[in-house]
Design a protein around this ligand. Structure first.
Ligand code: LRH
Length: 496
């Protein structure tokens, strides 16, 4: 029988998805979670003049479509949750109207802002106050760029809402700042877990636009009468979901022991779960972030450039009239020779280049390596480099925490890339436990089930994941000279 039905939206930088999560219990067996995908839609960056934006109204439309489709398919979800990527936001005026289209985090307005804030505050001081890796896209740099540009919108804004808060607002009319999303702004103090208004003041960011964070799982409110009338549904409660990364970690099938994870999507987040922030000279030097997790946890992690590099190559080939599927790309990469060239995936030149393929080739040329030409060679180079980057980051994480991890949990859309999983196991010389793929959406469902009392807590939720979804194990294969490749990779990192 069906114990509970909820609806989860998970929006990433490349696509959004809607899932029905159902807690089902058959006679005498332990309950299991079932996930049905009911809607999937692309999420595109839109160039407007000199800027890059998200199409927030289209996203709202797709979320509404998801609610409608769930209803049409006969589901009656008890609650709804919306999780999204971090760092981006919308601003509301005093009447509660949205001011403009939210910027895309890859918009160039943040160019040079890290240097400017470092000059004002000092990198060490900023790390001490925020506990976050200085990524150019962090909200702090976006808001500082707007304030430096005398943004009229920022001048009149009364409310700041992260993308997930904004979508929840457009559905419910309630303005909230969810805590785990708020931690991706680099404006929240990691120890007292409140907005850092002194930091905002020193950067001319108006502190009046932020409200006290609420925790994932808190009830935001019911769908507005307008939305209910438009979609023909009853006023279902919207529940605050965690940041997509934090939500994915909720769904990692781990036990009580410390574990390391890789949330693998457009970005790759490699980290471990702690109960308190870890902020010291070493974590600053190794540039690890202390992001807020669900249920009081701290996610000590590092952002790695991720599948973005592959997505961009694919898009470029498509636009040049050489469209190729991911499965065909994987096949060609598998056949390409191993370790013919490597890149540092986190070199900022790969962040937002005009041509990703040219940039990879230029990197290899400049570092005196073989220059990859075929699609297979290019993708092989990226996948091997990512796998080596994971090893490097995992070892840093171990150095920082003093833990030795028996393997790596891998979740997220990118974990469907078998070659990446297999090469990662090879690179780290330990097993990679893959699954569940849709971890962010599952974490979102679990958060709702904890709120309704169908799951007791985080540990209970993770037990349910273990009972409900398979984990594929990739054992390291010793067919390739990984140690030698790793040495070359480290030399490369030292040079650039
Ligand atoms: C992953 C993610 C990541 C960063 C980035 C902008 O989807 O949320 O944790 O915040 O997007």
């Amino acid at each position: 029988s069906r114990l509970s039905t909820v609806l989860a939206f998970d929006l990433g930088a490349g696509s959004g998805r809607a899932f029905i999560g159902e807690l089902i219990s058959d006679e005498g067996t332990t309950p299991k979670l079932g996930m049905q995908e009911i809607h999937r839609f692309p999420n595109h960056a839109i160039h407007v003049g000199d800027h890059l934006h998200w199409d927030i109204l289209r996203l709202l439309h797709e979320v509404k479509t998801g609610i409608r489709k769930a209803h049409q398919a006969g589901y009656r979800p008890e609650t709804i949750g919306v999780d999204t990527w971090g760092v981006d936001f919308g601003l509301l005026d005093a009447n509660g109207e949205l001011l403009g289209n939210p910027y895309h985090y890859r918009d160039r307005q943040t160019d040079g802002m890290i240097e400017r804030i470092n000059a004002r505050i000092g990198a060490d001081e900023l790390y001490e106050q925020t506990g976050l890796q200085n990524m150019p896209f962090n909200t702090i740099y976006q808001l500082f760029a707007m304030s430096q540009a005398r943004s009229v919108q920022l001048g009149v804004a009364e409310h700041f809402l992260m993308i997930s808060d904004l979508l929840a607002y457009l559905l419910t009319g309630r303005r909230t700042n969810e805590y785990t999303m708020a931690t991706t702004t680099q404006l929240l103090h990691p120890v007292n877990r409140a907005w850092n208004t002194a930091l905002m003041d020193s950067l001319s960011i108006p502190s009046r636009i932020f409200s006290d964070p609420i925790q994932p799982g808190e009830i935001i409110g019911p769908l507005t009468a307008n939305v209910c009338a438009e979609l023909g549904v009853v006023p279902i409660d919207v529940i605050a979901a965690a940041h997509d990364t934090a939500s994915a970690v909720v769904a990692i099938p781990a036990g009580d022991e410390p574990f390391a994870y890789l949330v693998c999507g457009t970005w790759n987040l490699l980290g471990t779960e702690l109960t308190e922030p870890l902020i010291n000279a070493e974590s600053a030097k190794l540039t690890f972030s202390n992001e807020g997790g669900a249920y009081g946890t701290v996610q000590l992690l590092k952002s790695i450039m991720g599948l973005w590099i592959i997505q961009e190559c694919k898009r470029e080939w498509e636009e040049a009239g050489n469209a190729i599927s991911y499965s065909e790309l994987a096949l060609q990469a598998r056949e390409a020779p191993a370790f013919s060239c490597l890149i540092n995936p986190d070199d900022l030149r790969f962040y937002s280049p005009n041509s990703m393929v040219d940039t990879i080739q230029a990197f290899c040329r400049e570092t005196g390596q073989h220059v990859p030409i075929s699609k297979g060679e290019v993708i092989r180079c990226v996948i091997e480099s990512l796998a080596l980057r994971y090893r490097y980051t995992l070892e840093e994480l171990e150095q920082l925490t003093g833990n030795r991890f028996g393997g790596l949990h891998m979740v997220g859309g990118g974990s469907q890339n078998e070659l990446l999983c297999q090469l990662t196991a090879g690179a780290i010389g330990r097993p990679v436990w893959v699954g569940p793929i849709e971890a962010s959406a599952i974490g979102n469902v679990l958060t709702q089930l904890i709120t309704s009392g169908h799951c007791l807590n985080l540990a209970d939720a993770r037990r349910l994941v273990k009972e409900s979804f398979p984990v594929i194990v990739y054992e390291p294969q010793i067919d390739l000279p990984w140690e030698e490749a790793y040495e070359r990779f480290i030399q490369l990192l030292e040079r650039c």
